[in-house]
Write a protein that binds this ligand. Structure first.
Ligand SMILES: Nc1nc2c(ncn2[C@@H]2O[C@H](COP(=O)(O)OP(=O)(O)OP(=O)(O)O)[C@@H](O)[C@H]2O)c(=O)[nH]1
Length: 536
């Protein structure tokens, strides 16, 4: 190929289109003709040098243009390469940045996830701890609740038991009271019936006697010997003068006589009567049984029954009727105990006077330091009896006063030291313990003392006196009893029960509020007064 063709194919590729265009213009409407074999008309001029130069110049120009084009192409290539390189670098940087961003985002995500997980774990742990604490708290509360419930149930059970016991005791007491009432009522009704029957029989007897007197006057001269023997009121002998108890109980003389066969009914009525007089069931049964022995089916008058009963009661009372013993020991210590208001202070005053009158040097210790009034009252009794009373300030320890009093009585050469003590209910453990302490202190000073411990009992308290003896004997060595206020009760049967049950000596009985209203205990007189035998 020629140089131009080569150049053309390289540089003017587009010119072919022009060419084509031209061809088309030409071709359009042109007519095809046969080309003549024409030869360029060669000028016969010889200008080959010029042509050569032109050609060379042209070739140089073309070469320059080609070189320029090559350089341009090279530069363009270099630029493209550089651009591509830059693009690549930029893309790489972009990719790198993107990767870094992604990595950062992933790291952030991971960190967030880790933090979240840590937070969740912490939350979970906290929640677990809270749940555990709550569970523990609930468990503790449950344990406490169960314990409280158990306590409450135990307390309720104890309370119920105590209430039941109380209820049982109440029911028992009510039943006993009802039974006692019933028996007393029955006895009263029976006595009223008997009295009415007796009145009627007496009236009838009087009428019969009048008739007999009118009909056979001589019959009066021969009274029934047996009746006279058994019923002193029917004899000519003067009526027995009522004794102390008879006067106390205000018996009236009776003019008629009634007899009744001793049978089961009568025995039962007698038992009930004795129980109603506070004698106690056991003693009442024994007294009536002894009385009935060998007499069942026999007819007995009221007076005979009274005398038989009085004899049985005397038998029980005789062994306990003993005055307070006096010992050679100086001072003889006499401790006086008893429940509130039983008559301790009054009895001390009365006894002090009696011993003083008998030539004994007596000292009184006011051991009831709780009540100022009690001390004053004892001082009044001491003044009446002319006997000194040792006292201590109100509220001070009675045991300490007793110790001092023993020292003083010893120093003064007293024969008798009578110690008053505070009245104490037998069911107050603290007061009873205090009494035990007084006894211990007395024994420190003289281990044989107290030589007498007198329990003062109020006769009007009835059967409760038995319980008082029981309790006071447990803490002090009760050596004898003084029964007060026998003037204030129509019963007095409790003395028989006391003698029968405990066999403790009864030294004296209180029969009034005056200083000389203290009598030695005479069992026969007491029995006759109690049964009414003495007034017939
Ligand atoms: N009718 C009568 N009353 C008596 C008799 N003995 C004491 N009294 C009265 O019973 C009441 C109580 O007597 P106190 O001697 O004070 O009894 P207490 O045991 O010392 O009493 P406290 O100091 O409270 O423990 C007083 O009103 C006495 O007058 C008695 O034999 N017959």
């Amino acid at each position: 190929m020629s140089f131009f063709k080569k150049l053309k194919s390289k540089l003017f590729k587009s010119s072919s289109k022009l060419e084509e265009g031209l061809d088309a213009i030409v071709g359009d409407g042109g007519v095809e003709e046969e080309l003549e074999d024409t030869q360029p008309v060669a000028e016969p001029v010889d200008n080959s040098a010029e042509i050569e130069a032109a050609r060379q110049a042209e070739e140089a120009r073309i070469a320059e243009a080609a070189a320029q084009a090559a350089r341009d192409a090279e530069a363009a290539d270099a630029k493209r390469v550089a651009e591509a390189e830059a693009e690549k670098r930029a893309a790489a940087a972009l990719a790198e940045a993107e990767a870094a961003r992604k990595a950062e985002a992933e790291a952030a995500e991971r960190a967030e996830a880790v933090a979240l997980a840590a937070q969740k774990a912490a939350d979970a742990r906290a929640a677990q701890a809270a749940a555990d604490a709550q569970l523990e708290d609930e468990r503790t509360r449950e344990v406490a609740r169960l314990a409280a419930e158990a306590d409450a149930a135990e307390n309720a059970r104890k309370l119920k038991e105590a209430e039941d016991r109380l209820e049982e005791q109440r029911a028992l007491a009510a039943a006993q009271a009802a039974e006692a009432d019933r028996r007393a009522q029955a006895a009263t009704e029976k006595a009223a019936k008997d009295a009415k029957a007796a009145e009627e029989a007496a009236a009838q007897a009087a009428r019969d006697l009048e008739t007999a007197k009118a009909d056979v006057p001589s019959a009066l001269d021969a009274p029934d010997a047996a009746a006279t023997l058994a019923d002193p009121s029917q004899s000519d002998a003067p009526a027995k003068k009522p004794g102390l108890f008879g006067r106390l109980l205000g018996r009236k003389e009776q003019k008629t006589v009634i007899r009744r066969e001793l049978d089961d009914d009568m025995l039962e009525a007698l038992e009930e009567l004795l129980i109603a007089s506070d004698m106690g069931v056991d003693t009442a049964l024994r007294v009536t049984a002894n009385m009935a022995e060998g007499r069942f089916g026999k007819k007995l008058s009221t007076q005979e029954i009274k005398e038989l009963l009085a004899a049985e009661i005397t038998k029980i009372m005789e062994p306990v009727a003993k005055p307070m013993p006096i010992y050679p020991k100086r001072p003889q210590v006499v401790l006086v105990v008893g429940v509130n208001g039983s008559g301790k202070t009054t009895t001390i005053g009365k006894l002090a006077l009696q011993f003083s009158n008998a030539g004994k040097k007596v000292v009184i210790a006011a051991g009831d330091t709780f009540r100022a009034a009690a001390v004053e009252q004892l001082q009044v009794w001491g003044d009446r009896a002319g006997v000194p009373v040792l006292t201590a300030p109100e509220g001070s320890d009675p045991a300490s006063l007793v110790y001092d009093a023993m020292t003083k009585a010893e120093a003064d050469g007293a024969d008798l030291l009578m110690i008053d003590t505070a009245g104490r209910l037998q069911n107050r453990a603290d007061l009873m313990e205090e009494l035990a302490k007084i006894v211990r202190v007395i024994r420190k000073k003289d281990d044989t003392a107290p030589h007498n411990t007198l329990l003062v009992l109020d006769a009007t308290t009835g059967q409760n006196a038995l319980n008082q003896v029981d309790v006071f004997r447990q803490i002090s060595d009760v050596s004898g009893l003084v029964m007060t206020k026998l003037d204030g009760t129509a019963k007095g049967g409790v003395l028989v029960a006391l003698a029968d049950k405990f066999g403790l000596p009864i030294h004296a009985i209180g029969v009034g509020e005056q200083i000389d209203d203290l009598a030695p205990f005479d069992p026969e007189e007491f029995a006759q007064a109690l049964t009414g035998a003495a007034t017939e």
